[in-house]
Unconditional design. Sequence first.
Length: 119
Amino acid sequence: VQLQAFGGGWVQAGASLRLSCVASGRPFSFYGMGWFRQAPGKEREDVARINWRGDSTYYADSVKGRFTISRDNAKNTLYLEIDSLKSDDTAVYSCAAGSGWPDVRYQYWGRGTLVTVSS
């Protein structure tokens, strides 16, 4: 599976943003999917996961209530909706695919997209 994240950019604090991750190769619907982010000088953070059917999700405590993960298996696309953006959300966001649920064993990683939040 090849993954590529899109949708990053420069945004003002308080705005909303939707990131997309497009998959190609093996059937997208086989995999649990996740979004990660890595801010400058910080460890990579597992922010959200979704199972293969799209009916079960997990969110890190730091993003609960503001981030929404979803998927469209027909379009081979994973989404991350981010509301009320904060400067702390500035990071490179990347997506990954793997097996198992709720502990997804990630096997495939995509190139990230940079989100910069300006206050």
